[in-house]
Design a protein around this ligand. Structure first.
Ligand code: HMG
Ligand code: MG
Length: 312
């Protein structure tokens, strides 16, 4: 039923599931590769169509994802699902190409202090590196996503100027990155931050080529998604169960939980293609493997109702 008080929202949005990468990268206890394989295959079964599986970073920087090549070789990939991996430099790209993955994601930030801690480069140096990475990736037939971290708040420098976010995003798009995901790395943003920064950027850059990536430290991620939807953004990153965090952003919690995003979208009449019950089962299983409670509200709710079938 139409209602003049309700805005026109899109019929569907895209979810990029980052749990296997952004989620697991922060977990100190290394999971066996078969547990990760079951996790990723379950996510595809639940209807997720874009899954970031792992990263080709230095194994000492993120020991949990040191098994990237073995993992990619072991996952049975579903047709229609796009699988990707994070790549910080040419060495990472070479490993990614060898693994057979079809999509990579390069990652930098809008603030120098974070980028230096994260990948030992200034923002400028990272963009020079990525020019080479993107060119070589395209020559090898791979598609490329890009991340800009610290789009709203930097854990070391504080508030970030929307112009800095704009400049990095524009450079990434110009060098051939097909979609840029704007990250609230510390999970501190509120909707006014989103209106200010994403509103400013979308005055010039195509909304279709932007995604939003919210961590949920202060419980504002869903509110920020609504602000993003109002601004015309149609792609959102989230992680199953709300797993995650960034080892280089102290105190940052996990990503927005995919279950909570799916619930919000469904209730708003927006299709995501994800089966919430199936997804909660997959998240429930990884929760059991990690032996800790995950923050997803939907997962907690289904457990309280005792209606979460968890296979052993
Ligand atoms: P570095 O030490 O400066 O690298 O690390 P280097 O180029 O000086 O090389 C040193 C050694 O590392 C060399 O080996 C290289 O071959 C090797 P040696 O010659 O000494 O034997 N090396 C590599 N080995 C494997 N894979 C590679 C690689 N590169 C060099 N790719 C580096 C620089 C970027 C590699 C390191 O700092 C690193 O791996 N950082 C990754 C940090 C990370 O994964 N952070 C989390 C992901 S970002 C995130 O979570 C944010 C996001 O979710 C969005 C948001 O929330 O905002 C995306
Ligand atoms: Mg992240």
């Amino acid at each position: 039923m139409t209602n003049r008080y309700v805005k026109d929202f899109p019929k569907s949005v895209n979810i990029v599931e980052v749990g296997p990468r952004d989620g697991l990268q922060n977990e100190p206890e290394i999971l066996p590769v078969e547990t990760k394989v079951a996790f990723i295959e379950g996510l595809a079964e639940a209807g997720l169509r874009q899954i970031e599986m792992t990263s080709f970073v230095h194994p000492k920087a993120v020991p949990q994802l040191a098994d990237a090549a073995q993992l990619i070789a072991s996952v049975t990939q579903q047709p229609g699902v796009v699988y990707s991996a994070l790549v910080p430099n040419v060495k990472g790209l070479e490993r990614a190409i060898e693994s057979g993955i079809q999509r990579i994601a390069v990652f930098t930030a809008a603030s120098n202090s974070f980028t230096k801690k994260n990948i030992h480069m200034t923002v400028g140096e990272s963009l020079k590196t990525f020019e080479q990475v993107v060119q070589k990736a395209k020559q090898a037939g791979l598609s490329v996503r890009g991340y800009v971290s610290t789009c709203f708040v930097c854990p070391y420098e504080g508030d970030v100027d929307p112009k800095d976010v704009f400049e990095v995003t524009q450079r990434l798009l110009e060098m051939g990155v097909d979609e840029v995901s704007l990250g609230d790395t510390v999970g501190a943003a509120v909707p006014t931050d989103v209106y200010r920064t994403v509103g400013f950027i979308t005055e010039t850059l195509a909304k279709e080529r932007l995604a939003l990536h919210f961590h949920d430290t202060f419980g504002t991620a869903l509110a920020n998604v609504c602000a993003g939807l109002e601004l015309g953004i149609r792609t959102f990153d989230s992680s199953a169960g709300g797993l995650g965090g960034c080892p280089y952003a102290p105190g940052a919690s996990g990503n927005l939980a995919t279950e909570d995003l799916v619930y919000l979208l469904a209730r708003m009449g927006i299709e995501s293609g994800v089966d919430l019950a199936k997804l909660a089962q997959v998240s429930g299983n990884i929760e059991k493997q990690l032996n800790k409670e995950l923050p997803s509200r939907q997962l907690k709710r289904l457990k309280t109702l005792n209606s979460l079938p968890v296979s052993s």
